[in-house]
Ligand binder design. Structure first.
Ligand code: SAH
Ligand code: SF4
Length: 343
């Protein structure tokens, strides 16, 4: 059993079955999520025989770091992990100002097939378990611990569509959010979705404090469908309606993501259409020039066109930030390193 797949309640129940005293679960939980122990030997407050039992019953190593790449300024590190069945996933640490943001994966591959995305190009392999999602964070948290730092923010923007793997994704967030364990505040998390409408509504009903980002990328269904095939199932109107519902339920702002692609979705006209569609919505647009990938012809927009795009939105009262391409030299775009290894 992968130790990070257990939540607090199931660990407590298991140790009760083992006839251990009630505080044992708490000791282990704090060892895992406060002290970040990643092997039974490190639990030195437990007896030798109990540690041996832990070693026999629990697996601590279901995700194995196999490779990493640092950006030249050393502020960004991308790590490739091998799963037990041989699939590979990746997670990226970005240091910026006082933030140490992790970008983690929720699936090996992705079923959504967005044409510009390296993960989409490799297709769907499988869902990650909650523990496989959690363990990416613990890996980096240990690394940062050695530098007396910690993870400040987590974005679910690595490989995979988090809302396609809804239950495991939420279980992972809950585990990391647990006040008696890792205790990272819900508002420190951002889920990014391609726009799965039923799950957006479910998420709204759960009234979580986790931030929501929607990968919109186009203001017309024709353009969006050509980039994100899932738009045939849930079109822009349906997605925006779900966002309105989310805002009504939670009072929280939605972020719309936009990969600026030269000549595809970066014209001032496109920005005007977008502004019209987003009018009155509590939102923010996060635009980033496309990270080129092997399987897609499109190119990044120019800086001038990106700034012009932003200006149109802002003049229409829609806040917009242009994120620069940090991490591009280490292929930190979604799925790019794993793609280069598996293909
Ligand atoms: N599946 C989720 C989250 C993972 S992708 C989603 O699609 O939202 C995280 C973000 O990276 C999404 O906004 C996605 O559209 C964007 N993205 C994927 N490939 C990209 C690329 N080559 N250049 C720029 N952004 C990209
Ligand atoms: Fe999947 Fe997101 Fe990539 Fe689309 S952009 S293929 S939803 S990971």
């Amino acid at each position: 059993m992968f130790i990070y797949d257990l939540n607090h309640a199931s660990l407590t129940a298991l140790l009760k079955e083992w006839d251990e005293p009630a505080y044992r679960a708490q000791q282990i939980w704090q060892g895992l999520y406060r002290h970040l122990y990643n092997s039974p030997e490190q639990f030195t407050d437990l007896s030798k025989s109990f540690r041996a039992r832990m070693a026999g019953e629990f697996d601590f190593k279901s995700i194995q770091p196999t490779r990493y790449v640092d950006s030249s300024d050393k502020q960004t590190r991308k790590t490739l992990f091998k799963l037990q069945d041989g699939n590979v996933i990746e997670a990226v640490l970005m240091r910026y100002d006082k933030r140490r943001t992790l970008c983690i994966s929720t699936q090996a591959g992705c079923a959504m097939g967005c044409v510009f995305c390296a993960t989409g190009q490799m297709g769907f392999k499988r869902h990650l378990s909650s523990g496989e999602i959690v363990a990416q964070v613990i890996y980096y948290a240990r690394m940062l611990q050695e530098e007396h730092q910690n993870v400040t923010n987590i974005v679910l923007m690595g490989m995979g569509e988090p809302f396609h793997n809804y239950d495991n994704t939420m279980a992972a967030i809950d585990r990391l959010n647990d006040a008696e364990g890792y205790n990272l505040g819900a508002r420190r998390f951002t889920i990014s979705t391609v726009g799965l409408v039923p799950q957006i509504k479910r998420f709204a009903d759960e009234k979580r404090q986790v931030n929501l980002a929607i990968s919109l990328h186009a203001a017309s269904d024709k353009t969006r469908t050509s980039m994100l095939p899932v738009n045939k199932k849930y079109n822009i109107d349906e997605i925006l309606d779900a966002c309105r519902y989310y805002i009504a339920q939670t009072g929280r702002r939605v972020t719309f993501e936009w990969a600026l692609i030269n000549g595809v979705n970066d014209a001032p006209e496109e920005a005007r259409n977008l502004a019209a569609r987003l009018k009155g919505l509590l939102c923010h647009v996060n635009a980033i020039p496309l990270n080129p990938t092997q399987g897609y012809q499109g190119e990044a927009t120019t800086r001038e066109r990106a700034l012009a795009f932003k200006q149109v939105l802002e003049r229409a009262g829609i806040p917009c930030t242009i994120r620069m391409r940090r991490g591009i030299e280490i292929q930190a775009g979604c799925g790019q390193l794993a793609g280069s290894v598996t293909s």
